[in-house]
Ligand binder design. Structure first.
Ligand SMILES: NC(=O)c1ccc[n+]([C@@H]2O[C@H](COP(=O)([O-])OP(=O)(O)OC[C@H]3O[C@@H](n4cnc5c(N)ncnc54)[C@H](OP(=O)(O)O)[C@@H]3O)[C@@H](O)[C@H]2O)c1
Length: 294
């Protein structure tokens, strides 16, 4: 049966729809994303697949990547390329980008989403390895992801480069110095990129999520105000990207909280933040082994 907007709406509202029935037509949209083996990245991949996009998916866990790719191909009939890699490797990302550019041309959207979060204490020497790894993945990973696409997008005179930061980057959170500092760095590096791209037709977009329901937050045993289901968050992040906003916090309630946090004088911020919940220490690799050395 041919696709039509009316039929697509009917199928979307029918819980008994079969996999074949939810297929989307190729929209011509091309999206390359990192951190798609779980959480926000996987939800964004599902969101864009439902829109008929062609996808490039990158993360370390190959089995999870392949499982998602199979789901998206059979459910939406879209083209999906999988890149099992570590974003700490500039070489691996350059190779993935090269392959995607050769197969699909210049993407419309590249989302540097891969990230890790763990408790760290500056006074604990054993946390030095966690500091290094968090910076390698959260900061250099963004550079490695976006870098190979900048020149082709500039040449094409279009495209959106997206960095996923965090509200945790607005002020330094106790017990999370590495994560807070890495996300503040993402905000600044995306801002530099935005100015560098001024007038080129390419947009640099920063999204700073508040709390989102993903494996990253599942370990938090403290209150997480305004927490969003991951599919809702993905829709809102995609809307920010669609609108081409330079910077946005998701959800909007957290945007207000972040603004207030930024305005607080240090004496008051320190007093309030001292009571904040802390993430467990002990950074694990993708096989669940605690990283103790760089
Ligand atoms: N959840 C929240 O409340 C929240 C709030 C603010 C910001 N964020 C940010 O949103 C992004 C996604 O987080 P999430 O909540 O969706 O967490 P998640 O479910 O833990 O997903 C993180 C993703 O990043 C990938 N990843 C981690 N290290 C990687 C590496 N070295 N190389 C390649 N891929 C790597 C993981 O895949 P592999 O393990 O397979 O590599 C996974 O797909 C992160 O940047 C995070 O900091 C999340």
């Amino acid at each position: 049966m041919p696709w039509s907007p009316r039929r697509a709406r009917k199928v979307a509202s029918n819980p008994n729809a079969t996999a074949k029935e939810t297929r989307s037509p190729d929209s011509g949209l091309r999206v390359f994303l990192t951190g798609t083996s779980s959480g926000i990245g996987a939800a964004l991949a599902r969101h864009y697949a439902a829109k008929g996009a062609t996808l490039g998916l990158a993360a370390r866990r190959e089995t999870e990547l392949n499982r998602l790719a199979e789901e998206l191909r059979s459910r939406y009939g879209c083209r999906v390329h999988c890149y099992p890699l570590d974003v700490a490797s500039a070489v691996a990302l350059a190779a993935a980008a090269h392959h995607f550019l050769a197969q699909e041309g210049v993407p419309d959207i590249v989302i540097a989403n891969a990230g890790i979060s763990v408790g760290t204490l500056t006074e604990e020497a054993e946390d030095t390895a966690a500091f290094a790894r968090v910076f390698e993945v959260n900061v250099l990973g963004v550079v490695h992801t976006l870098s190979p696409f900048v020149a082709p997008m500039r040449e094409a005179g279009r495209g959106r480069l997206v960095g996923i930061a965090s509200v945790a980057g607005v002020r330094g959170l106790p017990g999370a110095a590495a994560y807070s500092a890495s996300k503040a760095a993402v905000v600044k590096l995306m801002e530099s990129l935005r100015v560098e791209l001024r007038g080129s037709g390419v947009k640099a977009i920063t999204v700073a999520p508040g709390y989102i329901e993903t494996p990253m937050t599942a370990v938090n045993d403290y209150p997480m105000p305004f927490i969003l289901p991951v599919d809702v968050a993905a829709r809102r992040i995609a809307r920010v990207i669609d609108c081409g906003r330079s910077y946005a916090v998701v959800p909007w309630q957290m945007a207000i909280a972040a603004r207030l946090m930024a305005l607080l004088p240090n004496w008051l911020y320190d007093r309030l933040a001292a009571k904040a919940g802390r993430k467990p220490r002990g950074l694990k690799d993708d096989k669940g082994v605690v990283i103790t050395e760089k």
